[in-house]
Design a protein around this ligand. Structure first.
Ligand code: SF4
Length: 337
């Protein structure tokens, strides 16, 4: 089908279904163009909570849709392709966190948002690359911390906060291919370019000094817009270059690696988006027993990372009940394991 016609059909079905389309920054340009909102994991979750649409078509990967399904239990959350998972999220299992907590009774488990709901259910806090530092700093200083699953983001947070953090050795294959030697070459060729790096990058531990800024994907979007620089080297999944170029047509964006593409994110296509809207497939749900526990660590993150008025309430209690450190609700939930 011709591309414009395809996009028009998507918009028509979106209206018929009273749906919103949320797209992660790494999604292909055609999907970003029909999306109601494009952003990073945190911003997408925040948008999902605010929308009153009946259907949320989530174009990203599975754990992101799970998060939306947990935060919006009264909406139908669907994804274009169930095969769009996350290699990094698959590197940690719920039982592994449970075992660490049994061995560290007073320890605090923090998970990157790139985890399955069942893993979040075992953790105390969740975080994104945008708010990881804030989350770690909100934990009492005497606590031993486990950070899962991304070793590189964890290393970055450990260096930034100086905290006692045990690091899980997971990694994202799309970020791991980014090679410091190639970046150095690009910097030599383009001495005027600013170099922006995502904290999931494998070269981060060795080459932190190389980066002008270490930022989440939304942090990068904001920075390139506000910066006076005209040229940037971008070290993250290359899908973000589409949005950068579209929103900043007068600036030049160079990928730190041509190979930094996520095979999971690429599973979603505009053709599948249309099929999803027509068939309302594939729904994503989370077992209530798991969701009740997972939502606590997400709520805690959201309370730390946004103004109070926007905190997500009401999953467990009819009365608004922001969850805080030492909260008996959280303690009770963790005892369920
Ligand atoms: S880019 Fe990496 S962390 Fe992000 S969804 Fe793909 S595999 Fe997971």
């Amino acid at each position: 089908m011709e591309q414009t016609m395809l996009a028009e059909q998507v918009l028509e079905w979106k209206g018929r279904r009273n749906a919103v389309i949320l797209a992660h920054n790494y999604q292909e340009g055609r999907i970003q163009d029909v999306a109601d909102f494009t952003g990073d994991s945190l911003k997408l979750a925040q948008f999902a909570v605010r929308t009153d649409a009946e259907v949320i078509l989530f174009c990203g990967v599975h754990f992101m849709a799970e998060t939306a399904a947990m935060l919006c239990p009264d909406r139908k959350v669907i994804v274009p392709d169930l095969a769009a998972g996350c290699s990094l999220a698959d590197m940690i299992m719920p039982g592994q966190v449970r075992k660490w907590k049994q061995q560290h009774r007073d320890g605090v488990a923090v998970c990157y948002i790139n985890t399955a709901a069942a893993v979040k259910a075992e953790c105390d806090y969740c975080c994104t690359s945008a708010n990881g530092e804030q989350v770690i700093n909100a934990i009492p200083a005497d606590k031993e911390i486990l950070f899962v699953p991304d070793f590189y983001l964890g290393s970055y947070l450990k260096a930034k906060t100086g905290r006692n953090i045990e690091l899980w050795k997971g990694y994202c294959p799309a970020h791991a291919v980014i090679d410091p030697a190639h970046i150095e070459k690009l910097q030599e060729q383009h001495p005027d370019a600013e170099f922006l790096m995502h904290p999931e990058c494998g070269c981060l531990t060795k080459q932190m000094d190389l980066a002008d800024k270490i930022l989440s994907t939304d942090g990068m979007m904001k920075h390139v817009k506000e910066s006076g620089s005209k040229r940037f080297i971008i070290a993250t999944e290359n899908g973000i270059l589409y949005r950068m170029r579209k929103e900043n047509p007068d600036k030049i964006f160079l990928p730190a690696s041509e190979h930094a593409t996520c095979s999971h994110m690429q599973q979603n296509t505009l053709e599948k988006v249309l099929r999803s809207l027509i068939t309302l497939e594939y729904p994503v749900t989370v077992e209530p027993a798991i969701a009740r526990r997972a939502i606590l660590c997400i709520e805690r993150m959201m309370e730390i990372s946004q103004p109070k008025a926007e905190v997500v309430h009401g999953w467990l209690d009819p009365e608004p009940h922001p969850v805080r450190w030492g909260d008996p609700v959280l303690a009770a939930a963790n005892d369920l394991s």
